[in-house]
Design a protein around this ligand. Structure first.
Ligand code: SF4
Length: 107
C-alpha cells in the first residue's frame, strides 16, 4: 500500500478508532460508582479497602437474619447520609450488607 493510499484510508477512521479505544478503558472505582453514595470509595484508603475485602464484606447479606443493620459494629447513617458504616473499617456500608465479623446487637 502506498503512503498516499494509506493516508486516504486511515485518516477518516482514526478519530472513530481513538473514540472507541478510549471508551473501552476501565473506569476507576471512584469514577464508575459515584452516582450511588454508598458505592463511592474515593475517600477510602487502600488499607480500608483491603480490610473490607479481607473480612468478606458483601453489600447483600447471604443470611437474612444477619445484616449490618442489626450488627453490634454497625454505625447508622448520620447527618442525612444515605448509608452507614462499620467500626472495623472506613467507607460506606449497606444496611443489608454482611461480613464474617457480624455480631448480634447487645440489648
Ligand atoms: S462487622 Fe461486618 S456485619 Fe457488622 S457492621 Fe461491620 S461490615 Fe457489617
Amino acid at each position: 500500500m502506498k503512503r498516499r493510499e494509506f493516508i486516504t484510508i486511515a485518516l477518516p477512521i482514526l478519530p472513530t478508532t481513538a473514540f472507541l479505544v478510549s471508551s473501552c478503558q476501565p473506569k476507576s472505582a471512584s469514577q464508575s460508582e459515584t452516582t450511588d453514595p454508598c458505592k463511592d470509595f474515593s475517600t477510602v484508603s487502600e488499607n480500608d479497602l483491603k480490610t473490607r475485602k479481607k473480612l468478606g464484606y458483601v453489600d447483600a447479606s447471604p443470611r437474612a437474619e444477619s445484616q449490618c443493620g442489626n450488627c453490634n459494629l454497625w454505625l447508622p447513617p448520620k447527618d442525612g447520609k444515605a448509608c452507614g458504616g462499620c467500626m472495623l473499617f472506613k467507607g460506606p456500608v449497606q444496611t443489608a450488607g454482611y461480613c464474617t465479623y457480624w455480631a448480634p446487637q447487645s440489648k
